[in-house]
Write a protein that binds this ligand. Sequence first.
Ligand SMILES: Nc1nc2c(ncn2[C@@H]2O[C@H](COP(=O)(O)OP(=O)(O)O)[C@@H](O)[C@H]2O)c(=O)[nH]1
Ligand SMILES: [Mg+2]
Length: 681
Amino acid sequence: MKLYGPESIRNVAFVGHGASGKTTLVDALAFVAGSSRRHGSIKEGSTLTDTSPDEIERKHSISLGTGFAEWMNVKLNLLDTPGYLDFFGEVVCGLSVADAAVVVLSGVSGVEVGTERCWEACDHYHLPRILFVSGMDKEHANFERVFADIRDRLTPKVLPVEIPVGDGLQFRGIINLFTQTCQLFKPGSKAGEFEETPVPPEYQEAFSRYAEQLTEAVAASDDTLLEKYLGGEPLSREEVVPAMKKAMLAGEIVPLFCGSGELQHGVRALLTELVELFPSPAELKPPVEAPLVGRVFKTISEPHVGDVSLFRIFSGTIKNGDEVWNAEHSIAEKLNHLSVQQGKERQEVAELRAGDIGSVAKLKDAHANDTFSRRDHPVRLPPMKFPDTEATSAVVVKQRGEEDKLAAGLHKLHEEDPTFHFEYNSELGQTLIRGMGERHFEILLGRLARKYGVHAELSRPKVAYRETFKGLAEGQGKHKKQSGGRGQYGDCHIRIAPLARGSGYEFVDNIVGGVIPNKFIPAVDKGVQEAARRGPIAGYPCVDFRCECFFGSYHDVDSSEQAFKMAGILAFRAVSAKARPVLLEPIMAVDVRVPSDRMGDVLADLSPRRAQILTTDTEGRHTVVRTLIPQAELYRYSAALHSITHGRGSHTEKFHGYAEVPGDVAAKVAAEHKKETSPEE
Ligand SMILES: Nc1nc2c(ncn2[C@@H]2O[C@H](COP(=O)(O)OP(=O)(O)O)[C@@H](O)[C@H]2O)c(=O)[nH]1
Ligand SMILES: [Mg+2]
């Protein structure tokens, strides 16, 4: 491969809603440029960037795929991202190393949830972007409708640079306002063959209207051009393109193109626009000044190869075999077999320069978010910000004895996917996983089975209930045993009193006159604490109470720490049942963000979940509802919210505290506990 310097590289992320045509378009771009050998298809599972068995089977992207197209002596690095929100972490990985984005829309569906979400993410990264309406050949595709949709729901700064000749099944050409020419497709062409013609007469009116809009908007962004324009002089393509590029960088213009990735229409023109309208890394400021800065934005573990790390260089050059410094883990890594990815294929290269994207296999300890630098100039780039997890579940192995393998497999999955987390909760005796949604979990479990040989399934997470007391009570615990030899004697009187929520446990020694010798009092405390691990209602740990030991007796010979601990246990058991015990449940602070027009349905769903609504605030078209919801009511909430809002709602959960469980619910929990502890009944 040729060597490319920063001025001849473009890093472009392809983002948008699922099934809008991103993967097909990326495949077509690489193919039309001559950089990949064949034009693949989703149907046949042969695209450049949907290469994992999951993606081929499900016919949609799941993880970030990378390829490149060499065009006009420029290397276009193409980052194909998945559209489903469950895999939004991959979009973040892609955008964090892109200098620009193509937002792909379906000519049939226009602006969708995923489009809006990706648009916001591009805003966050301040990326210049191009809008591309793909699938113009699909039945019911309609350019004008999609254009209006974009103006209404994404940005008023959209400016068509191409308009189609015919929509849907009539789609037969593209008029380019830059070149002022029309490409008419050869009938039946499958490889984008076209004939260049003047603008057809029936399109003259639309052409003039859009061309006028375009010239005016571009002229308005540049003083010299504006003067010329107002003076009535025509603007040439050579003048318009750089001015537009500048306006795009400033976020003032978003050009709109159209075509068909499947039929490769509009693909050559798009290649040229990507080169001409998007900035090269040479034109952008690197995030920090240092001789070498590279970000690992993704690791993929591949069978037979091991871990492959994808990285982008922001400054400096890396040669094959170079050693780089990973300041995150304070280790040096040797980059052998330096490569670039073309889909799943790796092409070895001698060196990669600033701005470029490459890959390297078998590093010792490199993960997404790590930075490559030089040991004498260590750098750690600020981490990519991944979305908060939306869903929690428990996971169990199907076959006993595979628990260790499960933990190892989950660990690998987490290393590959920063939006996936897991932990073993020893109190509940469950492995809990957190991620973006049910679809995300499903994919992860499939990957776990295929790659790591662990078969596991989702199960409902148990709830970490607590117990506490609402009343005062006192009583005695006496442990006395006389079974030949030395006996055992311990006797204590305790009082239980409630404490404020969150205060934990307190022990008060109120023994007077040495009725219990000092050395045995801590043993009473120990006994109470041990017994309080299993509360009187349903065996959950007791919290937020004070235990006061105020009286007792002892025996000169038979008393021991062990005996007083036993007395403490007996005392707690006797007194706790009388101190009006109640069940507490974990409450989560849940922020739900939904389109305001779905608020009614969302609130209707929240009420049976025993939600306490704190505030509702409007943010543009959205409403954010802050609520407190018992954790027990949140199982599969992300899936429910998804279906109520057609994918437009999202939520975050954070532990808030414990609160008393209403009587009817508590009775159910207690009954379940009884069933579990005495299954023979
Ligand atoms: N007719 C037609 N079908 C397309 C076009 N682009 C994509 N498709 C089909 O639409 C579906 C989704 O395409 P895909 O590239 O996976 O979309 P992505 O989810 O955005 O990556 C697949 O069945 C494609 O074959 C197009 O330009 N024309
Ligand atoms: Mg895709």
